[in-house]
Write a protein of this length. Structure first.
Length: 185
């Protein structure tokens, strides 16, 4: 197995173009969490010409809502949520400069087309290991929509978060590749 690719945020278009579906990645830097309600607010703000609560160019959004932190911990468990709920919003955010998304599950053809158009990638995080993912988080703070509780937008500083490229900038899809490779005939 190849060594994982170490990435730092923000992500550039050139860097995204070098990634391929199936690549193992260790992501470090600043990422932001956002789920459905936060995505709706981000897109509404952008549509109204309002500034977004964090720099979107080169950004990575983790489709997650962290559990409350235990005393002395930076964050509670933080695992990926199903990504298709963000599909109505993802193309607009990619058009504004979003370069990476982290979640679980298959993306729509429209989102895959937008990844090709805007040179962005979709990373898969392993569901069920939320406690392990939390160990990668060094800092956590709410930056927007605090009224949403765990679904507010959190700024996370992460170190070597283990991810897999699911969809690349050329339309590669790890889920489709796996189905072809392991399909029983």
């Amino acid at each position: 197995m190849k060594e994982p690719i170490r990435l730092e945020t923000p992500l550039s278009e050139d860097l995204c173009e070098q990634l391929s579906a199936g690549d193992h990645v260790l992501l470090s830097g600043v990422i932001h969490t956002a789920r459905d309600a936060a995505h709706r607010r981000l897109c509404e703000a952008a549509s109204q010409g309002e500034p977004l609560p964090f720099p979107i160019k080169g950004a990575v959004i983790f489709y997650a809502g962290p559990a409350p932190a235990r005393p002395g911990a930076v964050t509670g468990s933080i695992g990926p949520t199903t990504s298709y709920r963000m599909d109505p919003f993802a193309p607009q955010l990619m058009s504004l400069g979003l370069k990476g998304m982290i979640g679980k599950g298959k993306r729509s053809p429209e989102v895959i087309a937008a990844m090709k158009q805007y040179k962005a990638v979709y990373f898969g995080a392993i569901g069920g290991i939320a406690a392990l993912m939390a160990r990668c988080v060094r800092e956590s703070s709410v930056v927007a929509y605090e009224d949403l509780g765990a679904e507010a937008i959190f700024r996370l500083a992460v170190v070597e978060m283990p991810l897999v490229v699911i969809n690349d900038t050329r339309g590669g899809d790890l889920y489709d590749e796996a189905l072809r490779t392991y399909a029983l005939t």
